[in-house]
Design a protein around this ligand. Structure first.
Ligand SMILES: Cc1cc2nc3c(=O)[nH]c(=O)nc-3n(C[C@H](O)[C@H](O)[C@H](O)COP(=O)(O)OP(=O)(O)OC[C@H]3O[C@@H](n4cnc5c(N)ncnc54)[C@H](O)[C@@H]3O)c2cc1C
Length: 467
């Protein structure tokens, strides 16, 4: 029996295990996959808590259906019928800027009408059509890219909030090509983003006319999708579908090369042997594991830094909030100087997240631009969240329900140099046949990205087993 060990039981490790079991079964290879997970539960950042009738997501609240990977995983697991698409009312998103909430424009005419960006800012954005593409291959920050192509106002009110919404990141340090490779490609392929949008829209129109594509209300970003029981249904079902052992409460502390594979040292003092090892834990954990195995690998892993974040769930009686809540929520432009990064109107996105007659709002605080927030006391966190909800949404009532979740190392930051680091890590791993890398530290932070990277690792593991 060929032994495969996976370090880390988040979505990356679990989906890698599932894909490897599926592929080895189909190829008639006798293999056993063992997941080693430090915590007492699997799921990692995915954790759905049901309390007092509210469903609070500790980490992610869903994945986008515009990419196929997670949907395909659900189909393999037989859980597609439990999928829950976000409510149509929640398509609208807001940006808080210049002291008010502005609907995020969805098309050209609504952009022209919107007061989110001033007229000079709109003219500067339109001038993007005239700016030649940068072809020197420099690993540019998101802020430098935005200033160069779109202007400073678009950086403050569009790019900055988007980066804090996805990465809790700082656009002044994050790498465009690692965070948004598609945007980089569009500049190279079409000469600019507006040119790309115009040409792609024309192409899509022609395809719809020719019956080769269907018009989609979802737009390119897709629809946020979860499960009735919360996003944890995904990781719980993946773990349950594994035939091999899932060893929770089992941290790996070190790895050693052996003639026929690897020896893993475990926190309880025991060890385990495996022909193949897949790293699917956070970079900082892997750095500790590899210190005495490959010092250069450990050094690079330590360069991948994580931003901290507090997630604050507030539940209210619906009648205590006077404003319309038919939207996804809002992100905040940094210049507004608010304590939170934004607030998702969770029970508008998925109505079953709050009991009848109540609503659930989920605020994010901290990130790379405000790392000190992780050290605030619960009462300070709540005071700041309430001040923002009052200022932005006019909510003066005290919440009836509050949960504060803390992520000291929430999301890996793909800062400038990230692609070089990942190449360096791939090169180090290639020196050790049988060692593979997956996880959100390297290849994308979205759940779709994690599943995609793990599918690719599974293909590579199969090729290794068949070699
Ligand atoms: C607040 C928040 C909101 C988010 N929202 C979204 C969203 O809406 N949509 C989306 O697509 N993505 C979202 N993300 C990102 C997404 O949740 C993560 O990128 C993804 O879940 C990471 O999965 P992973 O398996 O790579 O890592 P993790 O979930 O971090 O799993 C790694 C696992 O390794 C284990 N481990 C650590 N050390 C060891 C060791 N020594 N031995 C064994 N095991 C170890 C950990 O306990 C953990 O279980 C969000 C993230 C956060 C924090």
């Amino acid at each position: 029996m060929r032994q495969i060990a996976i370090i880390g039981g988040g979505i990356s490790g679990l989906s890698a295990g599932h894909a490897i079991e599926r592929l080895t079964r189909a190829a008639n290879i006798a293999a056993q996959v063992t997941i080693f997970e430090k915590e007492e539960r699997t799921g990692g950042k995915v954790w759905s808590l049901h309390e007092e009738g509210f469903l609070c997501e500790w980490g992610p609240n869903g994945f986008l259906d515009s990419k196929p990977m997670t949907l395909e995983l659900c189909a393999h697991l037989g859980i597609s019928e439990r999928l829950l698409r976000s409510d149509d009312n929640a398509r609208k998103r807001f940006i808080y800027a210049t002291g008010q909430l502005h609907g995020l424009p969805e098309n050209g005419p609504s952009f022209l009408k919107s007061q989110l960006i001033s007229w000079p800012g709109k003219m500067r954005l339109a001038a993007e059509l005239l700016i030649p593409p940068r072809r020197d291959g420099v690993d540019e920050t998101l802020a430098a890219f935005a200033r160069r192509r779109l202007g400073p106002e678009a950086l403050d009110k569009l790019i900055g909030p988007m980066v804090s919404g996805i990465f809790a990141g700082d656009p002044e340090t994050m790498s465009l090509k690692s965070c948004f490779p598609r945007i980089c490609e569009l500049e190279q392929q079409y000469g600019g983003l507006l040119k790309a949008m115009i040409l792609l829209a024309k192409k899509k129109k022609a395809e719809i006319k020719a019956g080769k594509a269907v018009a989609s209300a979802a737009g390119p970003a897709g629809i946020l999708t979860s499960f009735v029981g919360g996003i944890q249904d995904l990781t719980t079902a993946t773990a349950a579908a594994l035939s091999g052992p899932v060893r929770t409460n089992t941290a790996v502390t070190a790895i050693r090369r052996q003639s026929d594979g690897f020896e893993l040292s475990l926190a309880d003092g025991s060890s385990a042997n495996s022909e193949i090892v897949i790293f699917a834990a956070p970079a900082y954990a892997l750095a500790g594991i590899t210190d005495n195995f490959d010092a250069e690998m450990a050094r690079i892993l330590r360069e991948i830094l994580y931003a901290p974040m507090n997630v604050i769930c507030c539940g209210y009686e619906r009648e205590k909030i006077s404003r319309n809540l038919d939207a996804f929520g809002y992100l905040i432009a940094k210049k507004e100087g608010r304590a939170t990064l934004g607030t998702l109107w969770d029970s508008s996105i998925f109505p079953n997240r709050a009991p009848q007659g109540k609503v659930l709002l989920r605020s994010m605080m901290g990130g790379a631009t405000n790392p000190g927030a992780i050290d605030l006391s619960d009462s300070d966190v709540l005071t700041k969240v309430r001040a923002d909800l009052q200022q932005i949404m006019g909510i003066s009532a005290e919440p009836d329900f509050v949960r504060i979740f803390r992520h000291p190392q929430a999301i890996p930051q793909y800062t400038v140099g990230h692609s070089r680091r990942v190449e360096g890590l791939r090169a180090r791993a290639a020196l050790t046949p049988g060692l593979f890398l997956t996880g959100n530290a390297f290849f994308g932070v979205g759940l779709n990205d994690c599943v995609n990277a793990s599918n690719q690792v599974a293909d590579a593991v199969l090729a290794h087993l068949q070699a």
